[in-house]
Design a binder for this molecule. Structure first.
Ligand SMILES: [Zn+2]
Length: 370
């Protein structure tokens, strides 16, 4: 085996949809990429009305394992569910009853390769390519946007963060770190395809963007440290523009309701525990700000921010898994990482499948304008 190329990923999702029509739905994403590729998301679940988990892979081109991990998980889950068997990932076992529980109790929205143009470029031209392939007159490093800096969450970092905040994004298309945020929030077709799923599938209540590498499991927020007591300190409040993103201060910390924090830590820990059982790897659970660096325009914070901006939207808890110990490990190592990611995501799915409540979107009473 070897890493899937972008055509093989799309074909795999289409084949699974054809093979398991009772358990799947193939969702064609509406926005073609800059190189005119179409992408698909495979919904897996027996009951489309159940709540679900959005799984993203391949946002960053050079991170080769996550798309393969998501395709592998989809195939495993559908096969085991149909045969009535369990799944084994290293020393982690998923009993047959839990496979059925996942298929009946929730939906997995598998968007395995968000940025196929970038992946193709990484796999055939420049292995360390990170961005998409948005054209730029100068070409070279100036081509492309970092899709995970392009979401509409504190996107304009120069206006909204402290001047000294070390935000890992850039307004310069030619930034050598490949963290160009794009010409405007959600300017990129890859970004808008993710937004489309969140907009059209209100059952999505959890969001996991699978990246590499650290390893670590991140939860909201990435913009600053969080606090649970002052709802006024929030990303929409212009009173705090120019103050965000400084570690260790109290001038601004992002509001995170205590119940959501507890839930994110509990679900993150369930994923981390499952991973440890596979082969002993430690994936600590940490807020995104503390885990790496301040971020803006990232998918996990955008997903969670949506219900604060518009209280009619579902609340979506946001996670990022940074899997593996390198971007493109040898295939034998990649297989172990795929087992870890699969174990983690099935653990999360099993946790949320037990939740039968149809909780209304949280009513939000916050100051600020979006
Ligand atoms: Zn990444």
């Amino acid at each position: 085996m070897a890493y899937l190329n972008v055509d093989e990923i799309e074909t795999a999702l289409q084949s699974l949809a054809a093979e398991y029509p009772e358990l799947t739905e193939l969702i064609e994403l509406p926005h073609p990429t800059h190189e005119d590729r179409r992408t698909r998301c495979l919904r897996i679940g027996a009951d489309p009305d159940r709540n679900g988990v959005l799984l993203l892979g391949g946002v960053h081109a050079r991170e080769w394992v996550p798309p393969d991990a998501l395709v592998s998980l989809a195939a495993d889950l559908l096969e085991a569910g149909t045969l009535g068997t369990g799944l084994v990932y290293g020393n982690h076992q998923v009993p047959a009853e839990r496979v059925q529980q996942v298929l009946e109790g929730t939906n997995l929205y598998v968007f395995a390769c968000v940025n196929p143009d970038g992946r193709r470029h990484s796999q055939t031209v420049e292995p360390m390519w990170r961005k998409n392939r948005r054209p730029h007159p100068a070409g070279g490093i100036c081509t492309g946007v970092d899709v995970n800096r392009n979401f509409d969450f504190l996107w304009d970092h120069t206006a909204l963060f402290h001047p000294d905040a070390d935000v890992a994004t850039s307004a310069d298309p030619c930034d050598r770190r490949q963290v160009y945020r794009g010409p405007s929030a959600a300017s990129e077709p890859e970004t808008r395809n993710v937004v489309h799923l969140l907009d059209t599938r209100p059952g999505i209540r959890w969001h996991v963007d699978v990246h590499s590498f650290v390893p670590v499991i991140l939860h909201n927020w990435g913009s600053d440290e969080h606090q649970t007591t002052d709802p006024e300190q929030n990303f929409r409040n212009p009173d705090f523009d120019g103050l965000r993103g400084i570690p260790g201060d109290t001038a601004y910390r992002e509001y995170l309701p205590a119940a959501d924090l507890d839930d994110e830590v509990a679900l993150g820990t369930a994923m981390s525990d499952a991973i440890r059982q596979v082969r002993g790897d430690e994936y600590p659970v940490t807020p995104a700000f503390g885990g790496l660096y301040p971020t803006s325009g990232a998918s996990d914070d955008y997903a969670y921010s949506r219900h604060f901006t518009d209280s009619s939207r579902s609340r979506v808890l946001g996670f990022t898994i940074e899997c593996a110990h390198s971007f493109q490990p040898p295939w034998a190592e990649a297989e172990d990482v795929i087992r870890e990611v699969s174990a983690a995501l099935l653990a999360l799915a099993a946790e949320v499948a037990e939740r039968t409540d149809r909780e209304e979107p949280a009513s939000v009473d916050q100051k600020g304008t979006s």
